[in-house]
Design a protein around this ligand. Structure first.
Ligand SMILES: [Zn+2]
Ligand SMILES: [Zn+2]
Length: 338
């Protein structure tokens, strides 16, 4: 029902692509991350809570239609519906039904609770197309509450030493999840890099409860080394995108301890190689046990893995009696695993 093309997944019977990486006539989008929602298509269709994020990414004059979770509509010869994926605000699994059966394209998903989006909903199907960003047995996540407690301790220790805590994280999803989860430990405003303001605003428009934020504003005039202005962020927590790391923007933050919040931080070698002072293992993707649990809950007899460690996951599933395969994407490798 769904086939691979040079632009991405294509449903011929329905006349649409799913998360295409080239501009197409009709793009059905699982979620607003850059490796799934690309600009330039003539028309977009997404889950209702995703539309605000897409508009911010693509601008106002782009043709974006959205549909509530669970409501099905007919496109060509198929019925399609969107079901919560629990990954980021508006993220959806796409269920496609025809006379040949049911296919679900999961997009990115997670099973851990996340106060910023609707929880993942298992959907029964014949063919399940799963992500595999962390599709290796080494990837297992700790309880979010304990990760947040560790983060609060790191922040407090830095504050006692007069340092600024800089936490790098993904701009869509992770930043907002941190701002929501940190309500467990503080009610203070959190400083954020200006690049994050737009998406935080989009989440607030969707009524997601988060801590207040203050943008780190460019100060007028040069800041002299050793002046108190340079260290006025001491004791504060600052969220920033990875792209800000090592840029002059960092200088105004004074003496910093830096950390990265990502599933990638599970692997000590990666943490050391990237040179962060700390790593907090907080992912918006399913870990290994959650991938296997999800595959089982779908009841699918055919499972295709994509986005990440597709081969190891497909091999494991094939060894366990499923018809497993892989789908290649334009986004293999570094950078997309959050
Ligand atoms: Zn994603
Ligand atoms: Zn992705």
């Amino acid at each position: 029902m769904v086939s691979e093309t040079s632009s991405g997944l294509w449903c011929a019977a329905g006349g649409f692509h799913i998360d295409p990486w080239d501009p197409v006539a009709r793009a059905v989008i699982t979620h607003a991350h850059g490796d799934h929602a690309r600009p330039g298509s003539a028309a977009y269709l997404c889950a209702a809570p995703c539309a605000g994020l897409l508009r911010r990414r693509f601008g106002g004059d782009v043709h974006i239609e959205s549909v509530e979770y669970g409501r099905s509509l007919t496109l060509g010869g198929v019925r399609i519906s969107f079901h919560p994926a629990g990954h980021v605000l508006g993220s959806a699994q796409i269920r496609i039904e025809s006379k040949d059966g049911v296919t679900v394209v999961a997009g990115d998903y997670k099973r851990a609770a996340d106060p910023t989006c609707a929880p993942f909903e298992p959907v029964r199907c014949d063919t399940f197309i799963t992500e595999s960003t962390f599709g290796l047995p080494i990837y297992r996540w700790d309880e979010t509450a304990s990760v947040i407690a560790d983060l609060a301790t790191w922040w407090r220790t830095n504050a006692d030493a007069g340092r600024t805590s800089v936490l790098f994280c993904y701009t869509i999803g992770k930043a907002q999840r941190l701002l929501a989860e940190l309500m467990r430990v503080t009610d203070r405003a959190i400083y954020v890099h200006g690049m994050m303001l737009g998406m935080i605003e989009a989440y607030r428009e969707a009524a997601v409860a988060m801590l207040p934020v203050t943008p780190v504003i460019e100060r007028a005039g040069p800041t002299r080394r050793g002046t108190s202005a340079a260290s006025s962020f001491a004791g504060e927590l600052v969220l920033a995108p990875l792209s800000a790391r090592g840029t002059p923007w960092m200088r105004r933050l004074g003496d910093v301890s830096d950390a990265f919040a990502s599933g990638l931080m599970r692997v000590r070698g990666v943490r050391r190689q990237r040179g962060f002072d700390r790593g907090f293992v907080l992912s918006d993707h399913a870990d290994w046990p959650a991938l296997l649990q999800t595959v089982e809950e779908t009841g699918a007899s055919r499972v295709l893995a994509t986005h990440g460690y597709a081969e190891p996951l497909a091999r494991y599933l094939a060894e366990h009696g499923l018809d497993g395969g892989i789908i290649r994407t334009a986004w293999e490798g570094e950078g997309m695993g959050d």
